[in-house]
Structure formats: C-alpha cells, structure tokens
Write a protein that binds this ligand. Structure first.
Ligand code: ADP
Length: 373
C-alpha cells in the first residue's frame, strides 16, 4: 500500500524549476531516501510533503487523503531537521514530552511519563532524561530530537540531513542506530541526504534526483548494479564510473565492444537497440589489472597514477588510445608508474548507455541481484 504519493508535482521559484513533474509513490513502512547533489530538488520535495511550501502544480497524498492544501500541522507528519534545536532550559524528559503537552486534550501525567520513558528507552537515552541538552553529546542530542518526533506517533517521519552536524565516525555509528530504530518502529521514513553511502546503507529504496527530476527509484542494489543513466552511474559509488564511447558489433548472440583501445566481448544480446555505438560504463571495482599478455586482457595500458585510500588502491592507467581508466585494487598489489598492464573487465558489470540521451540501454547482468532474490 502506498503511504505518500506525489502526482505530477512541480515547484518553480521565478524561472528556476526546483522540481519537475514528480511522480513518486512511497510505501507504508518503508525507509526511503531522497538522494542527490546540492540543488537537485530533495529538500523541495520534502518541504512540499511537509506543507512548508506550496506546490506550483500537481497533488500530494498521504494515505487516501489529498493534503495539497492542508497546513503542516494537519498532515500528521513529524520533521527532524539538521538543526534540531532542543530547548536548552528544559531537561531531556521535558524536551521529549513537549509535543505531548501541546496536544489537546493533554494526556495524563502518567501517560506522558510512560510514553517519554518508552521512547527514550528505544533510543538508548533512558538514563539521561534528567539532564539538560548541554550536558549530552551531539549524537545524544540527535536522539532526543528523534524522540521528540516519535512521541507523536506520526504517519510519516521526515528527516532532512539529520546526521550532517555529527562528526564522521558518529554519523556512521548513527546509521546502524537509525536502521535498528526503523526495524523497531516500522514507520514510513523519508530521509533527505546528499551522501550516497548513507542512502545505500539505510534505505529500502532510494529516489535519486538531479536538476529537479527524479532520475531513478529503486533498491540500493538496483541503483548500484542497474544505473538508469550515466548520471546515476557516476553519482552512486565511491568513484565515478569509467565512461567511454564504443562501437558495437554483433557476433552471433554476443556483442563485441571496441573503444578506448579495448575490445570487450559480452555474452549478451542487445534486442531493442539497433545501436552501433554507445557509451560503456564500468565501475573501478569491475576493472582488474592483469599481465599485459594475459588471455583475460581486453587491451593494454600503462600505469599513470595511484591513489591509496585506506583499504583501497585506485590505479589510473592510460590505454593506447589515450583514455584513462580507473581500477580499484588491493593496496598490497601496488604497481609502478609507467608499468604496462592488461585491462580485464568483468563483463557482467558493463553497462551500455545511449550515446546521445545517456539513458541505459543494456545494464550489466548483476548476478548479485539474482542471488539475493
Ligand atoms: P537540494 O535540497 O537538493 O539541495 P533544493 O530543493 O533546496 O535542493 O533546491 C532545488 C533548486 O531550487 C535549487 O536550484 C535551489 O537554488 C532552488 N531553490 C530552493 N529554494 C528556493 C527559494 N526559496 N527561492 C529560490 N530558489 C530556491
């Protein structure tokens, strides 16, 4: 069942089209991330859902209800922002109890006590309730802000970059906590972030935005292994994908790609497209560097640069055609600059994109998805 629906929703500011004809159905109980670079329309989408801004066109539904013209307080949502201002002169207990006391009729003191305590327990801050905000850490303050949203039992939680004020380590730890919290609450969570790894680890599904348009909606695996276009292939993943033009020829049921000084054979047909040329997209983790004379090699290249990032080594090689290809590899297998190497490509991970629209015309076969199903 869908819990939130956007029907042809647009938002313009003067001549800036912040959101263009959004069609999106969010399921009951799912954790969905709105992901995209800065200015892509994520916050606009969230603000239109919350009722903090008015749509320029289209309708917004929560459950069966058309909420497009309802004010925020009538939409049964709870918002947690990046700047989760807690009331400094109130204890954590009073901060969390605040929305309950604002209800009409006000619940009884024992009901408030029970609700605040059970919420705080769920968030792991049950023994801190007598403290004031300045006496707890940033991560704990973020939990109080979540608690203040949770006590209202909203239909939908809207979280706008809620971890971005925390330091890098704490952000990563809080991801697990948020996942556990979602597993426990089973409420619908709409989560805005520009951090693709945060979206990948937290979400049931991810809606990726660019230029005010929804580019792809899918599970983290879908988005990673079946990118809908070159924007997604570049934006998702720790590094940009290698993208280069190829000429396609058909050898029986197979394809042969020639480009960037490489010849790559794919065990797949390309039905619809009579395409003779395309853009090939291959992530650095799908490129392996082998001996130049290996039978696995699709072509040869020379090492031009290396970047060590913790457990990963990114090696940049230049092919005979002068195209730079990036490969991820074990840092224990460092190479020498200028060293000749063979490029071996995991063929199931090669995506083909239309050369002019940059839309995917043949995704990799993503064996990992089949194994999961
Ligand atoms: P994101 O959350 O992905 O960073 P936004 O939804 O905030 O992006 O913004 C989308 C586009 O709309 C951007 O080009 C931004 O500059 C523009 N925009 C957002 N809010 C306003 C506003 N109040 N007035 C004018 N332009 C705005």
């Amino acid at each position: 069942m869908s819990n939130v629906s956007f029907r042809s929703v647009s938002k313009t500011y003067g001549n800036v089209r912040a959101l263009d004809n959004l069609e999106l159905d969010i399921r009951e109980g799912e954790f969905i991330s709105l992901l995209g670079p800065s200015g892509s329309g994520k916050s606009t989408t969230l603000n239109l859902l919350a009722g903090l801004q008015d749509v320029s066109g289209g309708r917004v539904f929560i459950g069966e209800r058309d909420v497009t013209d309802l004010p925020p307080e009538k939409r049964d949502l709870a918002l947690v922002f990046q700047n989760y201002a807690l009331y400094p002169h109130m204890t954590l207990f009073e901060n969390i109890a605040f929305p309950l006391r604002a209800k009409s009729p006000v619940p009884s003191a024992s009901d408030i006590e029970r609700k605040v305590r059970s919420t705080a327990e769920a968030l792991g801050i049950g023994d801190l309730l007598a403290r004031y905000p300045k006496e707890i850490s940033g991560g704990q303050q973020q939990r109080v802000a979540l608690g203040r949203a949770m006590v209202r039992d909203p239909r939908v939680f809207l979280l706008d970059e809620p971890l971005s004020n925390l330091d890098a380590r704490l952000r990563i730890r809080m991801r697990r906590d948020l996942r556990a919290l979602h597993a426990q609450l089973r409420s619908t969570i709409v989560y805005v972030t520009h951090d693709q790894s945060e979206a990948m680890t937290l979400s049931d599904r991810i809606a990726v935005f660019s230029d005010g348009k929804l580019q792809q909606l899918g599970t983290p695996e879908d988005i990673y292994y079946r990118p809908a276009n070159t924007f997604i292939a570049n934006f998702i993943g720790d590094r940009e994908a290698n993208l280069f033009p190829v000429e396609i020829s058909r050898v029986g049921d197979r394809l042969e790609l020639a480009g960037a000084g490489l010849t790559i054979r794919l065990d797949r047909a390309l039905d619809a497209a009579k395409a003779r040329s395309a853009l090939a997209g291959i992530r650095p983790d799908s490129v392996e560097l082998v001996a130049p004379d290996s039978s696995q090699a699709s072509g040869v290249a020379e090492v031009v640069d290396q970047e060590l990032v913790g457990a990963d080594l990114y090696v940049f090689v230049k092919t005979g055609a002068g195209v730079e290809i990036c490969s991820r590899r074990d840092p224990r297998q460092r190479l020498r600059l200028g060293e000749p190497v063979g490029i071996s490509v995991r063929q199931g991970d090669v995506h083909l994109f239309d050369a002019s629209t940059e839309v995917c015309i043949s995704p990799g076969d993503a064996g990992i998805l089949e194994r999961q199903e």
